[in-house]
Design a protein around this ligand. Sequence first.
Ligand code: FE
Length: 131
Amino acid sequence: MKKYGIQKSEKEWKEELSPDEYYVLRQKGTERPFTGEYNLHFEQGDYHCKACKSKLFVSDTKFESGCGWPSFDQAIEGAIEYVRDTSHGMIRTETLCANCGSHLGHVFQDGPQDTTGQRFCVNSVSLKFNQ
Ligand code: FE
């Protein structure tokens, strides 16, 4: 098992997280598009991992992609772990919190061309916004 800064058993995560949070963060689930708390949320502040509170994204990098999930064109340096994901008949890059290994979403190369060209597509339920 990979050594993360935060080491918790699945039993501990299950006790701490809501059922929806546990499903997405620990079982790599996906919230339904256009339903998440932060999909159309554009206040100034920081987005942290819902599981371990590690800072992942800042509001200046958030944009409306139309995909139905919060989208960012950049992540905090070193905050994300990238994993090749071949599930569901696709080749994608999964994003995990580098501090606790919880699932965030995926990153795609169809983001804004005037910035990084990346689109971090993240489940709202994996995030906690702080002003
Ligand atoms: Fe985390």
